[in-house]
Design a binder for this molecule. Structure first.
Ligand SMILES: [Zn+2]
Length: 319
C-alpha cells in the first residue's frame, strides 16, 4: 500500500469513527443526560416538610414496606423536578400538592424502569371538581352539548387534570378503591401507546394477547354482572369502555388488592405483572390483614386463567 493510500484509509476510518460517535451521541445523548440529572435529583434528601405532608395527608404511606417507601420518595422527587404543576381557577400550587400527587402517581412506576410518564408535560390542579363542556354525537347524527363535573381527566397531548379536593380524599382513604391520581395516571400510561384503549404498552406479542384475553373476559363479566344488577368490585363506570376499566382496575389493584386477588385472580395477576408490584403483600402487617387472615389459595399462581370462558372479544389488541 502506498503511503497516500494508507493515509486515505486512516482518514476514512477516523471519519467513520467520528460519525459513529456523533450518531450514537445524538441517539443516546438525551437519555444519558436525563439519567445523570435524575440520579442527581434522587441523591438529594427527601425534605422534612415533605415527609410531614405524607404523615398528615397520606397515613397509609407509613405502613408500606420500607423499600417501597424509599422508591416512592425517589420517584416523586424526579417527577416534581421534571413536571410543571399549574394551578387553575385561582389555585396557588404548594409543595403539599406536588408531594401528594407525585408520591401517589409513583405507585405506578415502582420497579418498572419505564421512565417517568414520558408523554406527560403538565399537571393541572383545580381547587375542586371542575366542569367540562363537550359535544357528543348520537347515533342519529345529532350533536349534544353536555356539561359534566369531573374529579380528574387525562389528555393524550400530555396533561393530567386533577381536583385537589379529590386528591386529598383519595390519599386519606387508601382502602375505598377510589383514587383519582391512580386513575388519571393509569390513563397516561395507556396513552403512551396511542389513544387510551385499555391496552398499555407491553413487551411481547404473547403477553399482549394474554392481556387482551384476560381483560376481555373480566370486562364482559362485569357487563354481564351489571346487566343482572350486580355492580361487583368495579361499578358501572368501569363498564363504559376498556380505557375506564383499566383505570378503575388500577385503583382497585392498589387499594383493594385482597378482594381483587380473591374474586378476580387472573386480573390481579396481569396487573401485578404489569405494575411489577404486589400490594397484596404490602398488607401483611396492616390491620386489614389481621382481620381477614393471610391470603391463601387465591390460586392465580397455579392457574391464572382458569376462569376464562369463550366470549365475544371487545378488547383492543395492540400489534
Ligand atoms: Zn377515566
Amino acid at each position: 500500500m502506498e503511503p497516500t493510500d494508507a493515509l486515505a484509509a486512516l482518514l476514512t476510518a477516523a471519519f467513520l469513527a467520528a460519525l459513529g460517535l456523533v450518531v450514537t451521541g445524538w441517539i443516546w445523548g438525551p437519555a444519558v443526560v436525563a439519567g445523570l440529572r435524575r440520579a442527581r435529583v434522587r441523591r438529594q434528601p427527601f425534605p422534612r416538610a415533605w415527609r410531614e405532608v405524607l404523615r398528615q395527608r397520606m397515613p397509609a404511606f407509613a405502613r408500606l414496606p420500607a423499600d417501597v417507601q424509599l422508591q416512592l420518595k425517589k420517584h416523586a422527587q424526579v417527577l416534581i423536578a421534571e413536571k410543571p404543576f399549574i394551578g387553575c381557577a385561582g389555585l396557588a400550587i404548594t409543595d403539599e400538592m406536588r408531594v401528594l400527587v407525585a408520591v401517589q402517581a409513583s405507585l405506578l412506576l415502582l420497579n418498572r424502569h419505564a421512565g417517568y410518564f414520558g408523554n406527560l408535560r403538565q399537571i393541572l390542579i383545580y381547587p375542586g371538581a371542575f366542569v367540562v363542556a363537550r359535544q357528543t354525537a348520537d347515533g342519529s347524527g345529532l350533536t349534544h352539548d353536555t356539561r359534566r363535573a369531573l374529579a380528574g381527566e387525562s389528555w393524550q397531548q400530555g396533561q393530567v387534570l386533577l381536583s385537589w379536593d379529590d386528591v386529598l380524599t383519595g390519599a386519606a382513604d387508601p382502602q375505598d378503591g377510589q383514587n383519582v391520581v391512580l386513575h388519571e395516571f393509569a390513563h397516561q400510561l395507556d396513552q403512551e401507546a396511542g389513544a387510551a384503549n385499555g391496552a398499555p404498552w407491553l413487551a411481547g406479542r404473547e403477553r399482549r394477547a394474554r392481556w387482551a384475553r384476560v381483560m376481555n373476559t373480566e370486562f364482559s363479566r362485569l357487563r354481564e354482572g351489571l346487566a343482572g344488577g350486580e355492580p361487583g368490585l368495579f361499578g358501572d363506570y368501569a363498564a363504559s369502555e376498556p380505557a375506564e376499566f383499566f383505570a378503575v382496575a388500577t385503583e382497585i389493584f392498589f387499594e383493594r388488592p385482597l378482594e381483587l386477588a380473591q374474586v378476580h385472580p387472573a386480573l390481579y395477576f396481569e396487573l401485578q405483572q404489569y405494575y411489577r408490584a404486589d400490594p397484596l403483600h404490602w398488607l401483611e402487617s396492616s390491620p386489614i390483614m389481621a382481620r381477614t387472615g393471610p391470603v391463601v389459595g387465591a390460586g392465580f399462581e397455579s392457574n391464572p386463567f382458569r376462569k376464562e370462558r369463550d366470549r365475544t372479544d371487545v378488547w383492543p389488541l395492540r400489534s
